[in-house]
Design a protein around this ligand. Structure first.
Ligand SMILES: Nc1ncnc2c1ncn2[C@@H]1O[C@H](COP(=O)(O)OP(=O)(O)OP(=O)(O)O)[C@@H](O)[C@H]1O
Length: 315
């Protein structure tokens, strides 16, 4: 999919970004455009390149080739301007643990000119923190909340959450994270959310990009994905999936084969479907099935229709 290319309307604009670590390609000609105001999900298997991409956005990696713009600025050339407008929370527990929550808040207030003290106080309360708590003595989940507080109390234009949920219990993940993402987005701000928790991504994101082996292989709105793909389950006593052209990925459970197909390209009941193969169900696609079909381990090809189908055994 393509977005409006007016730089003013893009919170993130990455063009043909490549990066290798000692000869190993981590990012391969990645182009990514995130429109202002979107909640954008970044998904992919371990090692797909998500964190490496995000680190370029916050200026901790310099592009080896290609360009990176965040709110129209180069994060390496203009780190202060960019970081003052970005909120960033990573799974790494990198807060200065010798500080108390109050000291952390005072420190952050000094850094960000847009710091909203009333909002910070509200968040301390909402997260069950106290200014006198020493970060070292907090549980991992409370420290993650303190990190989230610092990431959002300056009301960033772009909030980047890189696996933010790993330290949070399910309740915090659902209630706090979703509330924050929606609040940030309601103000017309942008959220980039990288996560392995696909149900969360599906719930909060309007657009999702899938990374595989250092490339973005598909960017789609959740709506578009639901319109385009469907999951069809067949019953077939065969060792190979039914011969249905254009299926982008199969999952097998006993004698049932579920295929993710592009509704524009496939006929779920082709005329040559063998008589002993029956269609058990046709379901709306879920992000998890799309991910399983598209995120596989081999190098990507150009489009879903050109891609070799993959089979995974789930039962
Ligand atoms: N500092 C580094 N030095 C060497 N290799 C690195 C470094 N950072 C990342 N890599 C490699 O780059 C590739 C992409 O890693 P990256 O952490 O970006 O993936 P990811 O999609 O964020 O994975 P995960 O979901 O596990 O966090 C991997 O092969 C990783 O080993």
């Amino acid at each position: 999919m393509s977005f409006e290319t007016n730089p003013q309307s893009l919170a993130v604009d990455v063009h043909k970004l490549s990066r290798s670590f000692r000869g190993n390609v981590a990012l391969d000609q990645v182009s990514l455009q995130i429109p202002v105001g979107s909640v954008f999900g970044l998904v992919g298997l371990n090692g797909a390149g998500k964190t490496t991409l995000i680190r370029h956005l916050i200026g901790s990696f310099k592009a080896q080739s290609g360009t990176v713009r965040v709110m129209g600025l180069d994060p390496v050339a203009d780190p202060v301007k960019v970081l003052s407008r970005v909120g960033y929370l990573t799974e790494e527990d990198s807060l200065p643990t010798w500080m108390r929550v109050g000291e952390l808040v005072d420190f952050a207030r000094g850094i960000y000119s847009t710091w909203d003290e009333a909002y910070a106080a509200e968040l301390i309360d909402m997260f069950g923190l106290s200014r006198s708590d020493r970060l070292r003595s907090l549980s991992k989940g409370l420290r993650a909340r303190a990190g989230l507080l610092v990431a959002i109390a300056h009301r960033p234009e772009l909030l980047i959450l890189d696996e933010p949920s790993s330290g949070l219990d399910p309740l915090a993940r659902r209630d706090i994270l979703e509330a924050i993402i929606r609040a940030v987005n309601d103000e017309g701000r942008t959220v980039l959310f990288s996560s392995h928790l696909l149900d969360e991504v599906e719930r909060v994101c309007d657009t999702v990009a899938l990374m595989r082996a250092g490339q973005i292989i598909e960017t789609t709105t959740v709506e578009e994905m639901e319109r385009r793909y469907e999951e069809v389950t067949y019953r077939a006593d065969s060792v190979a999936p039914p011969n249905v052209a254009g299926v982008i990925g199969w999952q097998r459970k006993g004698n049932e084969w579920s295929g993710v197909m592009d509704a524009n390209l496939c006929d779920p009941r082709p005329l040559d479907l063998p008589e002993d193969v029956t269609v058990v169900s046709r379901r709306e696609i879920r992000l998890e099935s799309w991910f399983a079909a598209r995120a596989g381990r081999e190098r990507p090809s150009k489009s879903p229709s050109q891609k070799e189908t993959e089979v995974s055994d789930v039962g």
